[in-house]
Design a binder for this molecule. Structure first.
Ligand code: ADP
Length: 218
């Protein structure tokens, strides 16, 4: 279903979000106070608007309250980001997602009712550290400081062994959510399913347990 989004602030993050939504076929309104940014945005947004996100009257005039989902991607100017978020929540925009610059910014955004807060540089840094420290990790999602979901590739250590033999949950405390084998994804792994070198496991668990599993079982 086609959805309507507004992105305020077209820095690197705002632009990426905007381009992807537009390519996915959604209607996107791109807002920035910089004229050049707005000119460029006409190639990757449905509508563009030169406006200051802290200007309450301007936000009201463009009918921002009618948008179900607004992304505030002004990060460097923390004061502007906070003020813009405050206006949007005052106008009862249902979903206001905001990029935060640091933990203080995050705390204030939380207090004023931001519905979701992002730290893209921090999250990407964590992901890259995971890839750098393990050749077996293909993808990685941080769930919290302690838990994550990883996509790992198996080695010959597991060749021909069934899940029951490997006894992963009891030995390592982590759970296999799905197995990708020969291009097919099995989301209901059976205890008798056998693993082979090169299979991809999607697993959930504590970071410590997942790391131990990768080091000892793969
Ligand atoms: P990134 O780190 O993702 O590149 P930046 O914080 O550097 O993000 O980018 C901020 C963008 O937001 C810039 O394009 C800037 O012109 C725009 N911006 C900054 N303040 C405002 C504001 N008050 N209203 C609208 N756009 C703004």
């Amino acid at each position: 279903m086609k959805k309507q989004f507004a992105i305020i602030g077209l820095g690197r993050f705002g632009q990426s979000v905007c381009r992807e939504l537009y390519h996915l076929g959604h209607e996107v309104l791109a807002i920035d106070k910089n004229e050049k940014k707005i000119e460029d945005a006409s190639s990757y947004a449905t509508h563009t608007l030169l406006a200051d996100g802290t200007d309450e009257a301007a936000l009201k005039q463009i009918g921002i309250r009618n948008f179900e989902h607004v992304i505030v991607a002004i990060a460097e100017d923390i004061q502007a980001s906070i003020l813009c978020t405050l206006h949007l929540k005052d106008m009862n925009v249902p979903k206001v997602w905001v990029k935060a610059q640091n933990s203080y910014h995050h705390k204030v955004l939380e207090k004023i009712g931001a519905d979701r807060i992002f730290h893209p540089e921090h999250d990407m840094g964590n992901r890259i550290a995971q890839f750098l420290t393990s050749q077996k990790v293909i993808d990685y999602i941080d769930l919290s400081a302690d838990y994550s979901i990883v996509e790992v590739i198996t080695t010959s250590k597991v060749e021909g062994k069934s899940l029951i033999e490997l006894d992963i949950r009891a030995r390592f405390g982590c759970t296999i959510l799905a197995i990708k084998q020969n291009g097919k994804v099995n989301i209901t792994p059976n205890p008798n399913d056998e693993l082979h070198k090169g299979d991809i496991l999607i697993m959930i668990g504590s970071k410590q347990d997942l790391r131990r599993f990768q080091d000892e079982a793969l």
